[in-house]
Design a protein around this ligand. Sequence first.
Ligand SMILES: [Zn+2]
Length: 300
Amino acid sequence: MVLVVLALDAADIRHAEEFSCDNILLDNHTKMESVAHRLDHPHTGEAWPSIATGLHPTEHGVTGHGSWDSAALTGLSRVAHKLNISGSIRSAVGDLIKSSTDQEWTLLTVDDPTFLDGEYRAVHNWPGVYRNEALQYIWRLFAQAKDDEISKETFIREAYTEAASKFGWIHEAMSKDVEIAATHIHILDVLGHLYPEDRESYREVYEDVDERVGEVRDTLGEDDELLILSDHGMEVSWVEEDDDYGTHSWRAIASTTLDSPPEHALDVKSWVENNIQAVDTKRTATDLPEEQLRELGYIE
Ligand SMILES: [Zn+2]
């Protein structure tokens, strides 16, 4: 049995229902309560590590600040975040620091145990937990698009191809002997920030993602199960109760092919642990040509 976990960043339960995304909604779905610490609404950089660890951001300590190379810059960045500049991922002050110092901003990863730990739990990017570089790549695109260094068309293309690479990875991983195949897909967040006033374009992104999820759903083996999670949704101009469109809504989703999806972000870890099966593998040692690899600099 493989539990396939799709971390669909910014998948908003209201919009999935509005656009009849039956694949995203799966057999059972619920609005999942998310967490927020740094801002008054959930943020990608702190919610995903909470989902993976079952710990509040104040407990796991990754609050989406990231870290800079020097303590002084970290301090400056925190001041910027306190100002809550438009709730955007990278604050204006952050951009200023980056362009004037060439310092790279790095999202931290948690030290606490997560449900993604373990040799037979395959994971391909999970913000704040494992290989943040894909998320940071997209965040860099935001900055480049904002500064007109890349076109809107390039931004959209990269958002789609990056998402496609994750779906492709999932298809391969779920065909292997693993307990979990999990990945984080950022496209609904990326393009959600582009289209909070453009219902038609926003709907198209949902329909595309729903189709990709449908392909994963169709590929599930007899014993395999699917869990879809989000960290938050997106406030949009056509929903009356949304007064600040383009910011993250509290309408996160949990949906599954199993009976009862987790209702709180901090319940996901125990939910997953209760619903997976250990794989029964024959463990074989890898016999690598050590001297050659050392010569090539692959190992130390
Ligand atoms: Zn997010």
